[in-house]
Design a protein around this ligand. Structure first.
Ligand SMILES: *Cc1c(COP(=O)(O)O)cnc(C)c1O
Length: 389
């Protein structure tokens, strides 16, 4: 029998060793203490700074006092409180869909929803760069699975033709993609995919984990910004990123949501998220929709523009995810460490999070970054010797 130590030695030898660090943010800023060092961090998905905002913290505090700590049971037993139903109604209204359902995380949303939508005898087709939870949900579903190269609509079209031949007339074909790709920060071609899925009589699920809060008039996401609300069947999002808390959700028609309530295993067989958390999410959603959200979005986009300008990057999709491609895992780790020595925490992202040979530093911007911090990071990143060329 192979030992865990042998396996760990192999992971180490490939430069893929992972370990946890202890992180303490300084409220309202992007400074932190990470493993005992004072650094500016470029590593969070809290793009609007809500997780770190005194207003949301106070709302969370108040809701714990009012609604208690844990929820005590799963949603179908006695875990559902008025807050859960209210948040779901508000999310459905926000996204303009018939209904919504919340989950304890975005990950759980995907691994619960995809197997409830497709199963044996169906086909699921994913973009190559889809997040692990979408891949895991597809695998778990038991549906036939196909992957197309990132945003390659010709390949998607041929997979759709293939799928039609594989399944019976009542079989389902589900296309899964992201609106903003988590490790590259570029956009999925949602309009192109919507057209193809209509042609093929398929379904389209879009993961807006990095879209929600940032795009569209009130932060509804890319689907709304592109006016594709009626053409995307299932919209997934997370409360853990721009909304600053934890949890996931799916917005769709009433019937899809009822199907999930009846067969989404990760939703049925898991204790409901605490109502206090759900209540805080309602507050975060109000912040997103109101002036506070608009102000924070404006600051974030200014920061994105400032970094792009300082790095001389043009013609790329506007997003707070600004990776610096390195290549090999060891080189990415070394670059991350040299930035850390100079006051910046930018994590190295390696296989299997990204494909082999594409290790990178994932710079992620927040509304709370200051112009001096952006200038300092950009100056270091522009030093040629840093990249060994
Ligand atoms: C982070 C992420 C998720 C998972 O959301 P959590 O709430 O963190 O579990 C899902 N999809 C994508 C694209 C993500 O980046």
């Amino acid at each position: 029998m192979r030992t865990p130590e042998e396996e760990l030695a192999g992971i180490r030898a490939r430069g893929l060793w992972r370990q946890v660090g202890s992180f303490e943010p300084v409220p309202g800023t992007m400074q932190c203490r990470f493993n005992g060092r004072d650094l500016v961090h470029w590593a969070s998905n809290d793009y609007l700074g809500l997780a770190n905002s005194p207003e949301l913290q106070a709302a969370f505090h108040e809701s714990v006092a009012r609604l208690g700590a844990g929820s005590g049971a799963s949603r179908l037993i006695v875990g559902t409180r008025a807050s859960h139903l209210a948040l779901e109604e508000e999310l459905a209204e926000f996204e303009g869909t018939g209904a919504a359902l919340t989950f304890s995380s975005g990950y759980v949303t995907a691994v619960s929803a995809i197997p409830a939508i497709v199963g044996k005898g169906d086909v699921v087709i994913l973009d190559k760069l889809c997040h692990a939870c979408l891949i895991d949900g597809a695998r778990l579903s038991g549906a036939l699975m196909r992957v197309f190269p990132h945003n390659d609509l010709e390949k998607l079209r041929s997979h759709l033709h293939w799928a039609r031949r594989q399944i019976e007339a009542r079989g389902r074909i589900l296309i899964v993609a992201e609106s903003v790709y988590s490790m590259d920060g570029d956009f999925g071609d949602l309009a192109g995919m919507a057209a193809l899925k209509e042609e093929a009589g398929a379904l389209l699920l879009v993961d807006e984990a990095h879209g929600v809060g940032l795009y569209g008039p009130m932060g509804q996401g890319r689907v709304e910004e592109l006016g594709l609300g009626d053409r995307v069947d299932l919209r997934m999002g997370t409360l853990s990123k721009a909304l600053g808390l934890a949890g996931g959700y799916l917005c769709a028609s009433r019937s899809w949501i009822d199907l999930l309530i009846n067969s989404g295993r990760g939703w049925i067989y898991s204790t409901a998220p605490p109502a206090a958390l759900t209540e805080a999410a309602r507050h975060a959603l109000r912040m997103l929709r109101g002036d506070e959200g608009a102000r924070r979005r404006a600051r974030l986009w200014e920061n994105v523009a400032a970094l792009d300008e300082a790095l001389g990057r043009t013609g790329i999709d506007p997003s707070p995810i600004r990776p610096v491609r390195v290549g090999e895992a060891e080189a990415a780790l070394a670059l991350s460490e040299s930035l850390r020595r100079r006051g910046h925490h930018v994590p190295a992202i390696r296989f299997p999070t990204v494909p082999k040979g594409t290790a990178r530093l994932r710079v992620s911007l927040s509304a709370d970054h200051r112009k001096e911090e952006i200038g300092s990071l950009a100056r270091i990143l522009r030093e040629p010797e840093l990249h060994g060329d």
